[in-house]
Design a protein around this ligand. Structure first.
Ligand code: DOR
Ligand code: ZN
Length: 349
């Protein structure tokens, strides 16, 4: 097979940032994806509908000519989000989910939730109006081993939460472990999960790859939740390629300036938008499941969010290509994940 045409996909988890950098980040997404769930972890975070509306307008203003792209907005849940905030978000029609960041769990999560019990009014309202909760599923307890944070979150937060709010629709974002796969497979259909391309492609050895005989640490492959060992990667590949509608595409593409990644305290986030669809395609092809890519990338997410599936298509061409080493990012530069690797599929113009 030399070309693959699928219904145009959506990205159900994306960081677009703001200002001049946003324009550069967006173009890589809007050339491929029709819509994206846009994360609200700006500084300051998007906590109210009016902020989401203004952010949406700033995004719409920089969609490149010839691209058609619809940003699907989210709000950032805090300890003081009220039922009224939720009702206003729902009534606006432009907010498609409320994002839970456990305080301290990841990039720009300082304003996140310290204790989910404080969000009872907001969660009640979300369940009532059927507005999904999108979770960064990691325990922020500093005593928990960084590689166990997702598993601990399931036991200490997710299970009690779902017991208390059985009808609340939840997206377990960017799952990284076999435990999360198993949990979603066995749970009621009100919960689904996104899976990133990089968690399908790499295991944690990718964080420590040698070059020219020198050992190294790879800041551009560092994200949260951090990539896990090979058995977990395999579980994610099985889930993504299984055809189960509870798993769908969310890149978690999260660009940062080179200087903030290549630092004594390099920040978390991988810029995957420029390579995401080829990366997913290669992963599906390696396990002989290319025919299931379309449903994972273009159907399951829309169905879960109760939005219409896209009507137009995108074509991938089999043509080896290399991701550029760096790309413009406002006044800075950004290093895309997979830079210098060769990919088998390329998005046709
Ligand atoms: O690695 C990450 N980067 N994980 C997140 O949850 C946030 C993201 C970011 O905004 O950079
Ligand atoms: Zn994210």
């Amino acid at each position: 097979m030399q070309t693959l045409t699928i219904t145009r996909p959506d990205d159900w988890h994306l960081h677009l940032r703001d200002g001049a950098a946003m324009k550069d980040a967006l173009a890589h997404t809007s050339g491929v994806f029709a819509r994206a769930i846009v994360m609200p972890n700006l500084k300051p975070p998007i906590v109210r509908t009016e902020q989401a509306r203004a952010y949406r307008e700033r995004i719409a203003a920089v969609v490149p000519a010839g691209h058609r792209f619809e940003p699907l907005m989210t709000l950032y849940l805090t300890d003081i989000t009220s039922a009224d905030d939720i009702h206003r978000a729902h009534d606006s029609g432009l907010v498609h989910g409320i994002k839970l960041y456990p305080a301290g769990a990841t990039t720009n999560s300082e304003s996140g939730v310290t204790e989910l019990g404080r969000c009872a009014a907001a969660l009640d309202a979300m369940q009532e109006v059927d507005l999904p909760l999108l979770v960064h599923g990691e325990s922020a307890d500093p005593l928990v081993d960084v590689f166990d944070r997702e598993r601990v979150f399931i036991d200490t937060v997710l299970i009690p939460l779902r017991r208390r709010y059985p009808a609340l629709r939840i997206v377990f974002e960017h799952i990284t472990t076999s435990e999360a796969v198993q949990y979603v497979e066995q749970a009621e259909p009100s919960i689904a999960a996104t899976i990133t391309a990089h968690h399908l492609r790499y295991n944690r050895n990718a964080l420590f790859v040698a070059e020219n005989g020198r050992n190294g640490i790879r800041p551009h492959a560092y994200c949260l939740p951090v990539i896990k060992r090979e058995t977990h990667r395999q579980a994610l590949v099985r889930a993504a390629t299984s055809g189960n509608p509870r798993f769908f595409l969310g890149t978690d593409s999260a660009p940062h300036p080179v200087s903030e990644k290549e630092s004594a305290c390099g920040c978390a986030g991988c810029f995957t938008a420029p390579v995401a669809l080829p990366m997913y395609a290669e992963c599906f092809e390696r396990v002989g499941a290319l025919e299931r890519l379309e449903a994972f990338a273009s159907f399951h997410g829309a169905d879960f969010y109760r939005l219409p599936r896209n009507r137009d298509t995108v074509t991938l061409r089999r043509e080896p290509w290399q991701v550029p080493a760096q790309l413009p990012f406002g006044a800075d530069r950004v290093v895309p994940l997979g830079a210098a690797e060769t990919f088998a599929w390329r998005v046709a113009d």
